[in-house]
Design a protein around this ligand. Sequence first.
Ligand code: HEC
Length: 136
Amino acid sequence: MNSRFLTILSTLILIALLATACGPSAPAATPTPVPSPTPAAPKGDAAAGQKAYLASCTACHGPEAKGVQGLGKDLTTSEYVKSKSDSELVEFFKIGRPSSDPLNTTGVDMPPKGGNPALNDTDLLNIVAFLRSIQQ
Ligand code: HEC
């Protein structure tokens, strides 16, 4: 056996050892689960909301939502509108605020959905978008 052969042989053994150590028997890295992004809350359509507003809310809140004396409040400067989330406002529209409610300041009822039961969640969300667009 010449030394050149020995060198090649030991190199091959070394390669074989390394291949076994780092070969396919090593556990495959578990893929890190990618957190699914929270779906953004749906936003209403302000233009469609204005139509729904004009049809159902103007009588008490006025065509520009500036309020009507003795009826609905000004919604363009309403702290209530500003402080609530879109979905909270949708829930508020559905319930309204009767004069018996301690939060009622006018003694006048805000009827559920402004008295228009035909308004669905999409309509109400659109109205929220409209009110957001006219905030002062
Ligand atoms: C029959 C009259 C009437 C109609 C129609 C009406 N509202 Fe009202 N709304 C009121 C009254 C009165 C109040 C104030 C209640 C109070 O004293 O807190 C009010 C209050 C509100 C408030 C809370 C304002 C605040 O600052 O507290 C919002 C928001 C609102 N109305 C939205 C609407 C929307 C949107 C519609 C149409 C879907 C609508 N209203 C239809 C009478 C009405």
